[in-house]
Design a protein. Structure first.
Length: 169
């Protein structure tokens, strides 16, 4: 019985490893996504921003209120930090981006044609990754057609940046 349980456990662990590897390798122009929880960060994550304390920020996409919202992750966070409804939220369940893309300057709500979709609103409107300068840092956030700029979260609130960059895959 113990041997059968060990064999079953080994098979389950092997399947989980294959699924995790598939998530990392899922290409989108050299970009992949890894599902995580509670502040975990994959080894293939690339710094895409910088917090006010100098720590690197990584692109994540957190599950919140029926949607999946691009945001930021760094060491010490307990999950993906996103802006939503004018406030800042930490989502325990999220996807972390691996690999890198190209940043394209934009302003005033523009979304480049090749923008990387990294989530969606609850009504399925696509959300894209953006970043911008804010209080001496480079914060990560989200944009979609209809927004006036890049929406970032910082210090318990959500802000809109008029000048920003959008990630292309």
């Amino acid at each position: 019985m113990a041997l059968m349980l060990r064999v079953l456990l080994a098979a389950l662990l092997a399947q989980a490893a294959v699924r995790a590897e598939a998530q990392v390798r899922a290409p989108h122009g050299g970009i992949g996504w890894v599902e995580q929880r509670g502040g975990q960060m994959p080894s293939g994550a690339q710094p895409m921003g910088r917090d006010t304390n100098g720590q690197s920020l990584y692109v994540c996409s957190g599950f919140h209120r029926g949607g999946q919202h691009p945001g930021k992750l760094r060491e010490g966070f307990m999950g993906c930090v996103i802006g939503f409804g004018g406030r800042e939220f930490t989502t325990e369940r999220y996807m972390t981006m691996t690999g890198s893309g190209r940043w394209t300057p934009a302003q005033g709500g523009q979304v480049p044609a090749r923008a990387l979709q990294a989530g969606n609103e609850a009504d399925q409107r696509p959300l894209f990754v953006c970043r911008g300068e804010f209080r001496g840092s480079i914060q990560l956030g989200k944009i979609r057609p209809g927004f006036e700029g890049c929406n970032i979260s910082y210090g318990s609130a959500e802000y809109t940046l008029n000048r920003y960059e959008v990630l292309e895959g």
